[in-house]
Ligand binder design. Structure first.
Ligand code: KIV
Length: 277
């Protein structure tokens, strides 16, 4: 079943929306074989896949490259892609870059922070826009809970309402206290998707590396549903051992020449000039 924006918005108050990041074709195929609602090509691709130190190093071309790969593997899930750092510093730049992400296969784009005029401009130009508030890797130095105090919570709720009025159609709440996320979720008419924001958002998102246990550390906000890190390492170790001990490959992994060709070949090897073809 194809998940479009209307479908996602209609889930508010009915059932939770499941979302994960995805960065490559084979994983996208697997995600799409499940009932994953949304796949995000986030700027987390930088630290999780590209070996960058920070999300700020991720370029729009990086996001485009990975969006194209994910798009090739997705038939049903909604694809949202991040506008990377400093690619939406004014409304026209944001629109130009958003169109590039849509041309690469994204259904909608996401941008971090409080930018009502940018969101308004994108919405006016028929772009499906996701806001992303709370902790923003592109703007905050350290990953920390946002909106903990009374005044911060008030500000977060007020700003999120403004983003909805400006045209945001979905919103990510990252690292905010559960009470604040719940209040925002109840006030908004658009769905909220939480990460480290508690139980009451309209859906959840996890970085796929954390979900699969490829990341070696354990974030409080995440849950490992597999231990791929150790599975992959032990696969490598077994392979190395079998290569070194001559256990791999076996008969089932290779082919032989026909007797007839083999004897011709042997003959030719012994004395090249006698080979008649
Ligand atoms: O880039 C990303 O993976 C994100 C999620 C943390 C929501 O923005």
């Amino acid at each position: 079943m194809v998940k479009n924006l209307q479908f996602l918005q209609a889930q508010k108050g009915k059932r939770k929306i499941a979302m994960a990041t995805g960065y490559d074709y084979p994983t996208a195929v697997l995600l799409d074989q499940t009932n994953m609602d949304v796949v995000l090509i986030g700027d987390s691709v930088g630290t999780n896949v590209l070996g960058y130190q920070s999300e700020k190093e991720v370029t729009l071309d990086d996001i485009i490259h990975h969006t194209k790969a994910v798009n090739r593997g997705i038939k049903n899930a909604y694809i949202v892609a991040d506008l990377s750092y400093q690619t939406y510093t004014n409304p026209d730049m944001a629109l130009t870059n958003a169109k590039k992400l849509l041309a690469s296969g994204a259904n909608g784009i996401k941008l971090e922070g409080y930018h009502p005029s940018i969101i308004h401009h994108l919405h006016k130009n028929h772009i499906e826009v996701w806001a992303h508030i709370g902790y923003n890797a592109q703007f905050h130095e350290k990953a920390a809970i946002q909106g903990k105090s009374f005044s911060q919570a008030k500000q977060l709720l007020t700003e999120t309402l403004h983003l909805q009025e400006a045209g945001a159609q979905m919103v990510i709440l990252e690292l905010v206290p559960e009470e604040v996320a719940r209040a925002i979720t109840n006030k908004l008419t658009i769905p909220t998707i939480g990460i480290g924001a508690g139980r009451y958002t309209d859906g959840q998102v996890l970085v796929i590396q954390d979900l699969l246990g490829i990341t070696s550390y354990q974030f409080r906000h995440a849950k490992k549903y597999a231990e791929l890190n150790s599975d992959i390492k032990s696969a490598f170790e077994n392979y190395i051992k079998e290569v070194k001990e001559g256990i791999f490959p076996t008969e089932s992994n290779f082919t032989h020449m026909k007797e007839e060709d083999l004897s011709l070949f042997d003959e030719w090897m012994k004395n090249k000039e006698k080979v008649t073809n």
